[in-house]
Design a binder for this molecule. Structure first.
Ligand code: NDP
Ligand code: 8X3
Length: 248
């Protein structure tokens, strides 16, 4: 029987690439994001059945309704890709816009928990399923300006591990994927629409591409059911570590 994957944040970047890869493999797709027209364009280019949901993951009631109201054909979610998320701002904590912090916390943390909580009972009842959370290297490695964004991804890391603890014996897998620098709409969003500033982040280097992360997701979810990949940290080869900073 065809499996169904629900992807949040499927309207661009990683989510879109992940949708394309699962579609190639014949999965049924439930695609969610706020920009419905982008989901429509995507689904028209895919060779499989898609159910589209215009959804803001920050809206707890809307998330619950969306999962409750899935048509029968799409209601058995075999794989959940909790990918919707964003960074806003790269300034120091003492100058940060609190609205940006609220939005990141509401989306990357709360939204992710709402979708997970809505989908998990079905997986547990069926004793089958896989939750893939989109974390980030920012959840492991601090950097200037990472403040609330990095902290939100550290939540995703620990939440993923704690889900594993709760799901012991339920045959539901949990994987946290932690990409590094990747070229998507991420930086345009982070810099509030400043395309030039966003482009400068990727100038003169070879970043990860959405297809690279899609491949990682496909690998982790295609392994035999008895194999659980807890966490995958992925960087472009050009990215690595700096010495610890010391102010003199
Ligand atoms: P994009 O900006 O290209 O994609 C983000 C996706 O999230 C969009 O589809 C957007 O859809 C969706 N989204 C944002 N807010 C909401 C919301 N409130 N409700 C529903 N959907 C939402 O960036 P990426 O593909 O890079 O980002 C995907 C994930 O990967 C994020 O969680 C990000 O933090 C993470 N990540 C990105 C890295 C990078 O360098 N690019 C590296 C590490 C992790 P819409 O606007 O239509 O709602
Ligand atoms: C995105 C990667 O390094 O820009 O999560 O925070 S980084």
């Amino acid at each position: 029987m065809k499996k169904t994957v629900l992807i949040t944040g499927a309207s661009s970047g990683f989510g879109e690439a992940i949708a394309r890869r699962f579609a190639e493999m014949g999965f049924s797709l439930v695609l969610a994001a706020r920009r419905l027209e982008r989901l429509q364009q995507l689904s028209e280019s895919l060779p499989v059945n898609c159910f589209l949901i215009q959804l803001d993951v920050r809206d707890r009631k809307a998330v619950e309704r969306a999962i409750d109201d899935l048509p029968d054909e799409f209601s058995t979610i075999d794989i959940l890709i909790n990918n919707a998320g964003l960074a806003l701002g790269l300034g120091p904590a003492h100058e940060a816009d609190l609205d940006d912090w609220d939005t990141m916390i509401d989306t990357n943390i709360k939204g992710l928990t709402y979708v997970t909580r809505a989908v998990l009972p079905g997986m547990v009842a069926r004793q089958s399923g896989h939750v893939v959370n989109m974390g980030s290297i920012a959840g492991d490695w601090p950097y200037p300006g990472g403040n609330s964004y990095g902290a939100s991804k550290a939540f995703v890391k620990q939440f993923s591990l704690n889900l594993r603890a709760d799901l012991q014996g339920k045959n539901v897998r949990v994987t946290n994927i932690e990409p590094g620098l990747a070229q998507t709409e991420f930086s345009v969003v982070r810099f509030h629409g400043d395309q030039q500033k966003a482009n400068s982040i990727y100038e003169g280097l070879k970043p990860l591409l959405p297809a690279d992360i899609a491949e990682t997701v496909i690998w982790a979810t295609s392994l035999p059911e008895h194999v659980n990949i807890n966490r995958i940290e992925v960087m472009p080869t050009c990215q690595s570590f700096s010495p610890l900073a010391i102010a003199r």
